[in-house]
Design a protein around this ligand. Structure first.
Ligand code: HEC
Length: 125
């Protein structure tokens, strides 16, 4: 009796979750974390630029959320431990590090490097 009452509701929940999954998949071309809306109803355009740069230049090695892979893990507070100040982060992206972290001095402008640095610190963090 209880089962008969509950099952339609459970079915509806499954349908809702499935729809949600399909919609999120269709909308997000990448799983890199989105920029939240500001209090003025708009999202920070520099952070949006930073997210695009991240997707195109960094996520293949560092993972879409900065979880690491071929490149170092940068999310969950790691970046602020490595570089408490944004200047150190900007510098390592500009000049590269070791054998496999490329220098981006000739691919990205200083404005783009700053945008992706803010995205890493403010959104991936
Ligand atoms: C070809 C793979 C690759 C790409 C592309 C790449 N990285 Fe890296 N990255 C690495 C590797 C490997 C390391 C670890 C380097 C080491 O410690 O020797 C690293 C390290 C880092 C570090 C930590 C540096 C430190 O002092 O430990 C940061 C920050 C970083 N990458 C940011 C970025 C950003 C931002 C981009 C995109 C603009 C990017 N990386 C693109 C592979 C990559």
């Amino acid at each position: 009796m209880v089962d008969k009452l509950r099952s339609p509701i459970a079915g509806l929940r499954v349908a809702t979750l499935t729809m949600f999954a399909v919609v999120s998949f269709a909308c997000g071309a990448s799983s890199a974390p989105e920029i939240p809306m500001g209090s003025n109803g708009e999202s920070d355009s520099e952070l949006a630029t930073g997210r695009n740069i991240w997707i195109q230049n960094c996520s293949s090695c560092h993972g879409s959320s900065g979880q690491g892979g071929r490149g170092k893990k940068l999310n969950e507070g790691e970046i602020l431990k490595l570089y408490p100040e944004i200047d150190g982060l900007i510098n390592v992206i500009t000049v590269g590090k070791g054998q496999s972290m490329p220098a981006f001095v000739s691919q990205l402008s200083p404005v783009e490097i700053e945008a992706v640095s803010r995205y890493i610190r403010e959104i991936l963090n």
